[in-house]
Design a protein around this ligand. Sequence first.
Ligand SMILES: Nc1ncnc2c1ncn2[C@@H]1O[C@H](COP(=O)(O)OP(=O)(O)OP(=O)(O)O)[C@@H](O)[C@H]1O
Ligand SMILES: [Mg+2]
Length: 397
Amino acid sequence: MEGEYKREESAALLVIVVLAALSLASLLIAFSYYCYISNKVSKHLKSLNGGKKEEDDEEKGMQKPKDALSVKEEPEVPVATTEKGGLQLFTYKQLHAATGGFGKGNVVGHGSFGSVYRGVLSDSRKIAVKLMDRPGKQGEDEFKMEVELLKGLHSPYLLGLIGHCSEGGHRLLVYEFMANGGLQEHLYPSGGSCGGISKLDWDTRMQIALEAAKGLEYLHEHVSPPVIHRDFKSSNILLDKNFHAKVSDFGLAKLGSNRAGGHVSTRVLGTQGYVAPEYALTGHLTTKSDVYSYGVVLLELLTGRVPVDMKRPPGEGVLVTWALPMLTDREKVVQIMDSALEGQYSMKDAVQVAAIAAMCVQSEADYRPLMADVVQSLVPLVKNRPASKSVKAINDL
Ligand SMILES: Nc1ncnc2c1ncn2[C@@H]1O[C@H](COP(=O)(O)OP(=O)(O)OP(=O)(O)O)[C@@H](O)[C@H]1O
Ligand SMILES: [Mg+2]
């Protein structure tokens, strides 16, 4: 009896041991499976995070170093983000790199907004960067106006805004680069190889006159509501490497009209010598004020004289006052012509351009022509210039 009891006891013990071994084994299996799965999951998560980092880097315009040794700073990648209206948003660092650190050697001009630098983007596009040097509300407003206005205006005769940068206190505007700079630099070259005498020939001047007229025609007649430039002048006509003209700075110039009281920007008053008399006297501004300024530029192209030069003999200091009485007298037109143009034009053409200029600068604003009329009158005077005629671009990189 006791022996039977002992056998039963050891059988039960065996069952317990086997059961315990089985549960231990299944626990071990479960644990290894857990380890296997968690390892897989963590690997998957790691790969996801890695991908996200790459995406982040791309968004920031950064390039991944190819290996540990190439950690030295990569060149900027100005693949800027694009906002509505097709304008690119640049970082200050990108424009700093594109202009050689805003180096003095890259300065192409100075204006009331600030200095203008030439630059190259990593996709080889040439740009002009305007760096605002007047922090504060007025500069900020002008900056915003330029960006907002230019977003909606597109014409081959207007200077295109590529993008901008608004980072911390920095405000920069990025334009297409015009290799020959402003028209005034070519009309009044200061010394150098040409000894101060303009190399712009008659045909090129007529082409510039026509293209600039088309730029204003677009602003006045193809945009609703019309845009009044307010600061049309020879430095705001920019020339590309083939001397094709584009009108610039209409955004900056437009600003300020509604500014009640406070500081009045010089742009609102325009530039001396270009401002229509009714605007100077009453502040009343219409598209016909731009037509007057256009007439002054046409006179600069004909005469090679700046709008105001008080060093000239008495009566000759103000270009319009001096030229106007001679513009409509066929015999006298020759007396106002730029001597650098001698032998390049027919008297018939010169008389016609002088007549257009006379209509534009007349004191009665209502009688001034529309820019569309000016374009129509100039078209027959513009010959197709062979490309080889252009002198070398002064700002060519
Ligand atoms: N996109 C450009 N490409 C090449 N050169 C440029 C460009 N924009 C401006 N410049 C050069 O920089 C000069 C200064 O231009 P900016 O518009 O700043 O001043 P401004 O026209 O002389 O006066 P304002 O500030 O009254 O317009 C121009 O005369 C021209 O030579
Ligand atoms: Mg300008």
